[in-house]
Ligand binder design. Structure first.
Ligand SMILES: NC(=O)c1ccc[n+]([C@@H]2O[C@H](COP(=O)([O-])OP(=O)(O)OC[C@H]3O[C@@H](n4cnc5c(N)ncnc54)[C@H](OP(=O)(O)O)[C@@H]3O)[C@@H](O)[C@H]2O)c1
Length: 274
């Protein structure tokens, strides 16, 4: 049985040799959603696979308990360690990158396959349309359950929709409080039943950690300010990511769902700086 989307994702970027142990620790702490990418420059996807294998071996989880998400990254976002032949056409690169991901993760499918970023910041291009069609074919062949796009603007999404393309199940974006927590993109997602995945919720938003209301809520809830931010994200209907390397923070991040925020508090945090 395919599992549903978890409420929180554990992000595996920038962990290098610690990737296997931290992936396993995240699973032991209770995360069931793992985010990675076949982009060796920032991720060690094979290391994620090692962490999963260790968790399977000890009987902690089975593949069916997990939501595994990985990404296709254009050559411009990669270093020399490419998971595809750069001379091949884009559709072939997608197929090769997916095959390599499935090998790294020792699975016959992932749960979500994400276009790491469009080819250009200016708009949805012909190259993006070609890659997206290849990703749809991967989905139709059963190698991913769902599809997503990342690092997109409202313009990208509107242009993508304008081509008549199938819309993604997920948008994964850096979530800046000063842009109303990515208000425009979130509104598009809400209107089209797309799940918004927010990353850099802590690191992109230093002003939130100077906010008196957030500090007051943290005191009242006997919680930390990062937990208030994650609870806010959950209350807004986001699927948050955390990439913490700290065991206690892993526990705290998952436990943030237990905090209570009133609708007025959610509205006030939403308006902090946007
Ligand atoms: N699509 C993309 O282009 C893209 C880009 C960036 C990231 N991502 C994904 O998103 C994931 C998360 O990345 P991120 O940018 O959000 O940053 P991050 O790697 O999660 O870093 C968050 C920072 O917050 C700290 N932190 C986490 N929980 C905390 C807590 N409860 N209390 C105090 N500090 C806490 C962490 O420190 P400690 O380690 O000390 O806890 C870390 O310094 C990545 O691993 C990756 O999977 C995707």
């Amino acid at each position: 049985m395919p599992i549903s989307t978890p409420a929180f994702l554990y992000g595996t970027a920038w962990k290098e040799d610690r990737t296997p142990a931290l992936t396993e620790l995240a699973l032991r702490t209770g995360f069931r959603g793992i985010d990675t990418a076949n982009q060796r420059r920032h991720y060690f996807e094979a290391g994620v696979g090692e962490g999963l294998a260790a968790a399977y071996r000890t009987g902690l989880v089975t593949r069916d308990d997990l939501f595994l998400q990985t990404k296709f990254t254009y050559q411009g976002g990669q270093d020399h360690r490419l998971p595809y032949d750069p001379a091949a056409d884009l559709a072939t690169q997608v197929a090769q990158s997916m095959a390599s991901s499935l090998e790294h993760l020792a699975s016959d499918h992932v749960d979500s396959y994400v276009l790491h970023g469009p080819a250009s910041g200016r708009g949805w291009s012909g190259a993006d349309a070609e890659v997206w069609s290849a990703m749809v074919r991967e989905r139709d062949a059963g190698r991913t359950r769902l599809l997503g796009v990342s690092n997109v603007s409202l313009r990208h999404l509107e242009q993508m929709a304008g081509t008549g393309a199938e819309l993604p199940a997920f948008v994964q974006n850096r979530c800046f409080a000063r842009l109303g927590w990515d208000r425009d993109v979130r509104a598009f997602c809400a209107a089209h039943r797309v799940i918004y995945q927010g990353f850099s919720l802590l690191t992109a938003n230093p002003e939130v950690f100077r906010d008196r209301l957030v500090a007051e809520i943290a005191r009242r809830e006997r919680a930390t300010m990062p937990q208030v931010v994650f609870k806010f994200a959950l209350a807004m209907g986001m699927l948050p990511l955390t990439g913490t390397s700290d065991a206690e923070h892993m526990t705290q991040d998952l436990a943030s769902s237990e905090l209570t925020l009133s609708p007025d508090e959610v509205r006030a945090i939403e308006a902090i700086s946007g």
